[in-house]
Design a protein around this ligand. Structure first.
Ligand SMILES: C[S@@+](CC[C@H](N)C(=O)[O-])C[C@H]1O[C@@H](n2cnc3c(N)ncnc32)[C@H](O)[C@@H]1O
Length: 297
């Protein structure tokens, strides 16, 4: 297994090149059931889904000169990853993805600041943006999509329920040489804002939506579920899309198959839309939990 992990690291790092230092070293269920390992700028983050850290994995990890963190993916888990031994480097650090920097924080709770499984979608967005384009990033978290759209030349609107996420987005912009004051930030519920944009006739050239599988509206107590409500979200967003605009819809709901998710998006987008599915980054193979559908109007 040790040799296998060394071989995987060498092969993946060679394929990714020098501009990316955050990737999935070991995809879930490849060597051990429920065990995945991410390599994040020289740190290792082990995710365990109803699994213990295998002895052989621990031996390999402890032989590395790197900080190692363990994260439990069981339902309801909310804690920051736990260090396997005393960390030698700061918990806050930046990673590089296709030359773009993003801040990560091992002490900020369950999520570390960047979902590395969205790498292909971020690169695609950056390549397809140009000066003068407008991009709406819904459910933005730390705004990684906004950073890529802004680097591509677009003017971005970043929207999230959490004010802290918007601040983290601004920081991600700054470390990439982007002035946040040239961009827009909205705090609040994505559905509320979309309705408001639609009423105002406000249109965007591109909309990115990566909602959680489940969300509760703190004002109304209403519950949003990807399986039940994604279609309506797409339909509403379609009203805010300019002619010829595009939309990226993603979900990591394990309850939805790629086919079902595509049907949900197609229903919301209507008959005029053209759909294409985007695969997960190669380093996640054979995992398929992240479903991405690109919609062009
Ligand atoms: C899965 S993360 C999004 C990840 C992000 N798209 C990225 O690529 O980094 C979900 C985000 O949605 C936000 N959120 C949850 N419910 C929301 C709502 N009703 N309206 C707006 N944002 C919401 C959360 O605060 C969280 O930051």
């Amino acid at each position: 297994m040790r040799v296998e992990l060394d071989r995987m690291r060498e092969g993946k790092e060679q394929k990714l090149g020098s501009e990316t230092n955050a990737y999935r070293l070991l995809a879930e269920d490849v060597l051990w059931s429920g065990v995945a390992i991410d390599s994040l700028a020289g740190r290792y983050l082990v995710s365990l889904r109803n699994a213990e850290l295998p002895r052989e994995a621990e031996e390999w990890l402890c032989a590395q000169e790197a900080d190692i963190f363990i994260k439990h993916l069981e339902k309801g888990e909310k804690h920051s990853p736990q260090p396997l031994r005393k960390p030698r480097h700061p918990l806050q650090f930046s990673i590089c993805e296709n030359g773009v920097r993003f801040m990560m924080d091992m002490g900020s709770g369950y999520s570390q600041g960047l979902f590395i499984d969205q790498r292909n979608n971020r690169l695609d967005l950056r390549r397809n943006c140009q000066e003068g384009m407008t991009v709406l990033n819904l459910f933005a978290y730390t705004g990684a999509f906004s950073v890529c759209a802004a680097l591509g030349g677009a003017t971005t609107t970043t929207l999230d329920l959490a004010a802290n996420c918007l601040n983290r987005c601004k920081e991600n912009m700054r470390i990439n040489g982007i002035n946040p004051s040239a961009h827009y930030f909205c705090r609040g519920d994505a559905l509320h804002w979309l309705r408001r944009f639609a009423q105002q006739g406000r249109l965007f050239d591109c909309i990115v939506m990566d909602p959680p599988t489940f969300s509760r509206d703190s004002r109304t107590g209403g519950i949003w579920r990807a399986e039940k409500d994604y279609s309506d979200l797409v339909a509403l967003a379609t009203q805010c899309l300019s002619t010829g605009g595009s939309m990226l819809c993603t979900t990591n709901s394990r309850r939805l198959t790629p086919e079902t998710f595509r049907t949900i998006v197609a229903t919301g987008a209507g008959p005029a839309a053209t759909l294409s599915s985007v695969p997960m980054p190669f380093d996640f193979f054979p995992e398929t939990y992240l479903k991405s559908v690109k919609v062009t109007m």
